[in-house]
Design a protein around this ligand. Structure first.
Ligand code: SAH
Length: 220
């Protein structure tokens, strides 16, 4: 994927992107920083040229290897819940995929770490992030179930893949006062869950139904 190849839809993309932001607002996204961040990120550069024309539809699109770029609404909602109206310092994303959400997060946090288990997808994400000249994202190849102990704690952790229970390593790597957002469950039965870490306990809030690809073990 190269920026050159996608240049043709530049003008159209700005119009359709502002329509996407309008739609997100109508769907209930209130955080103006999230909406502003998403209006800055050219989503069409994260999908293949053939799908670029559909990049601003409210849908998940295939990115290869049986994986998808998340729905714009899911990205907006999860990031809105994660940030809770505040600027973030160090954020971990599990399931970087094509890198779209990591780039949205890079506008809202000082440092973003993103783990992806499929090496080829990670390579594609790296190229896009480099071409967009974004310096505050570190993409890692690995199993997100184990997190990144060497750079923890994180004040925000966001999972882009569904799991029946939050991985214990990730709970441990959440800072006191930090927030984790994840799709919990399997298949068609998933809920977005917010976990807040307090001094001596984790507090859980169950939010709306969602649909994500599963969090898998190991790397590929
Ligand atoms: N964040 C992406 C969404 C990608 S879909 C976006 O902005 O659109 C979820 C991704 O999670 C897939 O690429 C999948 O390969 C990855 N994934 C699944 N299990 C994983 C694991 N254990 N560790 C890291 N990545 C994982």
């Amino acid at each position: 994927m190269s920026l050159q190849k996608h240049r043709g839809i530049g003008m159209t993309s700005e119009r359709t992107r502002s329509r996407m932001i309008e739609r997100l607002r109508e769907q209930g996204i209130k955080d103006t920083s999230v909406l502003a961040a998403m209006s800055l990120v050219p989503r069409h550069l994260f999908v293949s040229e053939a799908l670029a024309i559909r990049a601003y539809e409210d849908t998940a699109l295939p990115i290869g290897f049986g994986q998808t770029i998340s729905h714009p609404y899911s990205v907006a909602r999860m990031v809105e819940v994660l940030r809770n109206g505040k600027d973030m310092q160090r954020v971990l994303e599990v399931g970087g995929g094509c890198g779209y959400q990591a780039v949205v997060l890079s506008k809202l946090a000082r440092e973003v770490y993103s783990i992806e288990r499929i090496a080829t997808l990670l390579g594609q994400a790296r190229r896009t992030v480099r071409e967009l000249r974004i310096a505050n994202i570190k993409l890692k190849h690995g199993d997100g179930n184990v997190g990144l102990a060497d750079v923890a704690p994180f004040d925000g952790i966001i999972l882009a893949a569904a799991t029946p229970e939050p991985p214990p390593a990730l709970l441990a790597q959440l800072a006191v006062g930090g927030r984790m957002v994840l799709p919990r469950g399997m298949g068609d039965s998933q809920q977005m869950v917010l976990i807040e870490r307090h001094e001596d306990a984790y507090q859980e809030t169950v939010l709306e139904m969602v649909h994500f690809v599963p969090l898998l073990p190991g790397v590929a």
